[in-house]
Design a protein around this ligand. Sequence first.
Ligand code: ZN
Length: 171
Amino acid sequence: MAPVVSAIGEAGLDFYRELSPRRDQELALRAQIELAQAHSKPLIFHCRDAFSDAFRIIEETGVGSQTVLHCWTGGRRWTKRFLDLDVTFSFAGPIAFETGETIRLGAELVPPERALVETDTPYLTPPPHRGQPNEPAWVALVGAALARVWGMSESDVAALTTANATRVFKS
Ligand SMILES: [Zn+2]
């Protein structure tokens, strides 16, 4: 209820670490989705090894237009499907990794007004700083990777993603 709360999350599903049973993860997620919907707040969605369940739950609850897919790592197929749910895609360090080709192919499909960049500090350090704890300042390297994917200037990507973040988080 506090006006300073700009989003609910991270919430989501992690079937990679599976720190709690899948059923419990879904129940907790659905409660957080209800909270986001009741207060018209964006939902920061963590999805690891759980694309199909995430898709099903977002579709069933209709929370898509409020959803920010945090550290999006989907390729073309899943990016296309989630686009239909009206979500926003947030890219982090992995889009700049040498091994990030699948993510870059997905990002190609994302319209610039539906993309954000994020740091996930201290994790997911983009090159050339791999092996060090991540720093918020290096989010510029995430934007640069997105600029290469879209064939746009880095400053245009910075302006667009800043405008998107301002709109999504109403800040
Ligand atoms: Zn996360």
